[in-house]
Design a protein around this ligand. Sequence first.
Ligand SMILES: [Mg+2]
Length: 244
Amino acid sequence: MALRTLAVDFNSYFASCEMQERPELRGRPVGIVPVLAETTCCIAASRQAKARGVKVGTGVAEARALCPDIVIVQQRPALYIGYHRRLLAEIEACIHVTAIKSIDEVECDLTATFAPREKAMAVARQIKDRVARHVGPCLTSSIGIAPNWLLAKLASDMQKPDGLVVLDDEDIPQKLLALDMTDISGIGPRMDHRLKAHGIDTVAKLYGATKATLRGIWGGVEGERMHGRLRGENIPLTHQEHPI
Ligand SMILES: [Mg+2]
């Protein structure tokens, strides 16, 4: 299966924008909140805060308990949109952006020029380098390269921060077996529950399931599509994908 997709995901995006703007925050646990109130929740957390157990959705009081030195910062959406535009321009200078998946995530098709593994890795390094030099070193990204979006997204999730992971034929499914089924886009909590009710409770068992079995569990062609996507087939995503 050829490498066809490159996924760029910026790490701890809102917190990284704040660190880029405010050097005094760099290296510190930071939680981003919609409003400054003890009753609200973090909508983003820096790597240092995540390491202490603070996640998206962690309440401010709990975040302070987990991490007493956390700096709570009110979100600045216009700033994050400004960085988004600058990041897009830097990526576009390296390779065409096919789809903007969310404020901190884009998809690029690897055309014939970029499909060879070395070329794909070189363009990924070029993106990181341009972003660091022209936007700022705090804006690190995890880049995944794979035969399709589903696998490129998984690859981008496998190494954080500042990752670069290629999932090639020989890596599939071996490198995926430690993941949770819900790490796969298209498998939410409800589908996870349904799969488990059918005895499929690991990614290994998911790969072991036949196309007909998955069709039955999904109740239609989406199950067959998942079977194909897990194996690197390039099947466009449909409605079940939920960008932010
Ligand atoms: Mg991100």
